[in-house]
Design a protein around this ligand. Sequence first.
Ligand code: KG4
Ligand code: ZN
Length: 322
Amino acid sequence: MPAYLAVETSCDETAAAVVADGRRVLSSTVLSQIDEHRQFGGVVPEVAARRHLETVNAVICDAMDQSGLKPQQLSGVAFTAGPGLIGTLLTGISAAKAYAWAHDLPLIAVDHLLAHVCANYLETELAPPFVALLVSGGHTQILHFESYQKARLLGQTLDDAAGEAYDKVARLLGLGYPGGPAIDRLAQTGDPRAFSFPEGHVAGFDFSFSGLKTAVLRTVEKLSPPLPQADLAACFQEAATKVLVRKTIEAARQLKAPAIVVAGGVAANTALRRKFQEQSPVPVFSPPMQFCTDNAAMVAGAAHFCGLSAALDSGVYSRQKR
Ligand code: KG4
Ligand code: ZN
């Protein structure tokens, strides 16, 4: 039973986990820094790095304790190599290196985006091929996974990421940080037809969310307080999720993919999940809620399925820097 310990510190979650066979989560510890960053309206990289430094060793010990495994029973130690905030990544990399060195274990560098997709293998039997929609705070991509290791980039955002658009619109509406879950909640009581927002017309499988964000801003500027927050949230969400779902289903149709996989923090969005279930002609998978946003279990899964070279040389890693 190969089992990996993984460490994730790419942004504002200090996380460690132990996963067996890339699917069975033996432990998953996530220490969120949201409360520390909320007062600033977003993540402050230097504050995040220092906080990771204070907590990462305790988080690793907790994950190992909860797993019931001894270090000698591990196949290796995985860490998020990027993309992410350089200072926060460095703390996780250093902690993982030290642990691997102390216990004479192999060290595996994992791409964060690939890890988000691998969150879908946790606690299921799902396997490629499939088309994946990766929607996080920093990325929005449609990928074709032919195998565990081989991914082809079909399209991506030309400006803001979907999660970033959620966070920026939430700030406009005075909903604070993080914006995604706040808009998701509020939109449930709003009228998605109250305002008409553009969905951003870009060719092929690429996306653009900056026009949508600006349209919300212009509408807010014209309204007098109190803002109809719920209606604005519902209309923004309607436009954002509509284009994500439409293009992903079209990609799956063109490639004759037998399944769609949704990954990244925005995969937790209830409207996105519902639209996919209602509209997709093929089965749609998304991770359990706790594995949508940043966690280390997905990193351990990527180490298992993609191995040392695949994790760093994967299509996902090289193509996203185009
Ligand atoms: O994957 P993630 O945890 O971190 C990155 O790798 O970026 O994604 C965080 C993003 C944030 O922008 C957050 O607002 C968004 O995911 N998010 C959501 C929801 N939960 C988190 N967006 C929409 N609806 C949600 N329920
Ligand atoms: Zn992430």
